[in-house]
Ligand binder design. Structure first.
Ligand SMILES: Nc1ncnc2c1ncn2[C@@H]1O[C@H](COP(=O)(O)OP(=O)(O)OP(=O)(O)O)[C@@H](O)[C@H]1O
Length: 336
């Protein structure tokens, strides 16, 4: 967490003149009956940060967004978004945020420009400003040359860029995007992330992005992992990986059964994978030479050896006990 101030909930006038965090939450909680959908989360997100919010279905992502967007009040705890308190200043919060939900409706038979202009007018932008902002956000979305095309002619990725553009019409300081890449193919997903990064660089907008594609945390400045309403890990992608600090060594020998015994003698816990053995170790640079020497001692021929750093999926698994990884898996031999 960054940028904590001593008195984050002081009234506006008494606050120091430096920019407020884009999002600040302390002990934010939402209960439905007995169920704690969000259970005391703390967040500090800096202006212009791209912040990822990762978690499985039902973890509490949407409820957190709803509280931060002043759409539902917290049961306990406090939050400020763009400097405004979500309970005491909900209108101010709503004016300063953009929200892109998954089922955002665009009129497919209307032109891109018309969709945007009408949306701007709906949100009370005066006509000249609505026209100017329509042109500006079409340029930001890299869709200016299609302004008169009908929405139905767009690809899925372009459509998503148009939806993002629409959420930017009123120049929000913080844009919340709920699963913006869901339903897109990998190429289109990569383009959306490229687009989001450019957008942040050009406008300074803070982006708060939920995703269940774990590899997408790599595009974020920082990400949090939420499970059962609690944040179980937060940091840069590198921090998150370092928190579990385990490299994976995959190896294959001419006699893996004998290799298992050799590795256990070194105090390691090899697991069988489809085509060989896998080890998880804190320090692969130190372990690999020991492994190679131990195998050589037993005259076992090493056919292959590869070291991979932990993936974000492994971070998630480490913290939640669940995984979206389709990897054939590494069952410890002891459990067989
Ligand atoms: N209005 C509600 N009434 C009762 N329980 C709710 C309500 N809204 C959410 N919940 C419960 O709170 C928990 C968190 O839900 P939430 O929708 O925030 O999770 P999520 O991480 O956004 O999941 P998903 O990706 O499936 O939307 C879930 O157990 C859900 O069933």
């Amino acid at each position: 967490m960054t940028g904590n101030r001593a008195h984050p909930f002081e009234p506006e006038a008494e606050r120091p003149p430096h920019p407020a965090p884009a999002v600040l939450a302390r002990g934010l909680t939402k209960t439905y009956g007995e169920r704690r959908a969000v259970d005391g989360i703390d967040l500090t997100i800096g202006p212009g940060e791209i912040f990822g919010f990762l978690g499985p279905n039902g973890a509490g992502k949407s409820t957190t967004i709803a509280m931060l967007c002043a759409l539902t009040p917290p049961t306990a705890g406090r939050a400020r978004v763009a400097g405004a308190d979500v309970v005491r200043q909900p209108q101010q919060v709503r004016r300063q945020i953009g929200l892109l939900l998954q089922d955002t409706a665009l009129d497919a038979d209307m032109s891109l420009a018309r969709n945007l202009y009408l949306h701007a007018r709906l949100h009370q932008l005066p006509r000249p400003l609505a026209r100017a902002r329509t042109t500006e956000v079409l340029e930001l979305a890299d869709l200016a040359d299609r302004r008169h095309h009908k929405v139905r002619t767009l690809s899925g990725g372009m459509r998503r860029r148009l939806e993002i553009a629409r959420a930017l019409l009123h120049q929000p300081r913080v844009l919340f995007l709920d699963e913006p890449t869901t339903g897109l193919d990998p190429h289109a997903r990569a383009r959306i992330w490229h687009h989001l990064t450019q957008l942040r660089d050009r406008t300074g907008t803070t982006l708060y992005v939920t995703t269940h594609y774990l590899e997408e945390a790599e595009h974020c400045d920082r990400a949090a992992v939420i499970d059962h309403g609690r944040i179980v890990a937060v940091g840069t992608p590198a921090d998150l990986k370092a928190q579990i600090g385990e490299d994976r060594i995959r190896l294959h020998t001419d006699n893996d059964t004998a290799a298992v015994a050799a590795l256990r003698d070194l105090g390691l816990r090899p697991a069988r994978t489809g085509d060989g053995l896998t080890l998880r170790v804190a320090d692969s640079a130190r372990t690999v030479p020991l492994v190679v020497a131990a195998l050589a001692d037993r005259q076992l021929a090493l056919r292959a050896l590869a070291v991979t750093p932990p993936t974000l999926d492994e971070v998630f698994f480490h913290h939640t006990g669940r995984s979206t990884d389709t990897d054939p898996g590494t069952e410890p031999l002891e459990s067989k």
